[in-house]
Design a protein. Sequence first.
Length: 470
Amino acid sequence: MEGEFNNFIVVWITVLASLCYCHAIGKLIPKGTIRVLAILPIICLFFYLPLNLTTIYLGSTTSFFIAWLANFKLLLLAFCEGPLSSNPPLPLSRFILIASLPIKIQNHPSPPNSEKPLNAEIKEHPSSQTTKECHKSPRNYATKVVLLATLLRIYSYREYINTKIIMLLYCFHIYFSLELLLAIVAALVRASAQLELEPQFDEPYLSSSLQDFWGKRWNLMVSSILRPTVYNPVRWVSTRLVGRKWAPLPSILATFLVSAMMHELIFYYVGRVKPTWEVTCFFVMHGLCLAAEICIKKAVNGKFRLSPVVSGPLVLVFVVVTGIWLFIPPILRCEADVRAGRETLAFVEFVKNVALVRASAQLELEPQFDEPYLFSSLQDFWGKRWNLMVSSILRPTVYNPFRSISTLLIAHVGGHLLLRHSWAVFGCGNLHKEGGERKILAASVVVGAVGACFRGGYRNLAVRSTDFTV
């Protein structure tokens, strides 16, 4: 576990450095081939970085945040599009937050349904149009936490429960875990950066159609990034090939296919096993069904609508059944559920060991973290808040020795250069002139004072005015 944490830190330090580079590229290089070529190595690097992580929690989260969302945002930035591209350019801190995390800043409160879904021509039944609130009630999240804890408790008796029921519970487990994870990330960003963020989920179990489920309720961060990167370009091409009326159909199929490929990639990062393409079949099937749903709606032209009381349960059953059939088996095949349980127990044991050492030895231990999400600068984050045990050991082993050597080098070189400069400034070469000795002494005092500053800093320099008396 400790080695995984170290790899995790190295990966995210690399991510931060890479995003600083991309921020500079966005400001210095105009859109075009040169910008694409400049950002392309970072995109390749972000596909590689998750391979350094093997745990379920850290590996899957990093691959989702970096290999998928961050890469797609950088791809849009290369063409001067997307959330990272703005005029004037985003500040570096905000650029890093938006690029590396599954968040979308809400610039202006907009009326319901102001943003078009993947198929803008089709209007949902009015009862399915819900106003998305920026903040859900704490009771909503508390309920989901309790339900998730209940599921974890039920898993203890899995040998007595039918396999299909366990797979059904896994469907709800994925939903609760993903929504809570994204909500925690959004809450930390909202508290530290004072930003208004758009919601990531909108109660997908209330969907009235597949269009409503995938376009407006489920994992809205993915929908918002797939729309400009896949759906809109394919629709632009399709409009010229098949006309505006049917252009959404190939666009939707292409969007679901790309989503399938990215899910297969994340599953590979997590399990490191050869893909069976079941996940691809799951998303292609949903893309085909959504395209068929749109065709039916166009054919009836609003003359017939199923009541949400009927269509809602049908959609939920379809999603769950196809998920049990095609989506859950690859997760079980790589034993993601078992590994996640082991990682949870390992983390709990780590926390218990720290508490046990404090209690048994009656030692007062310093904290390992200090609310890093409240950082005010990178210096504050790395030096005073994040993984303080690593900082405390790197300071005497690396930082202090290098600082001592650097101080001596700078003092020697700086003092030599200043001495030569002072001879020229004070005219010390003309000793026969009146007052030459005073100039030499004054130059020596200046060089000595500056050298003391280089060696020990201004706080170690205490010179009285009488010291300059000649």
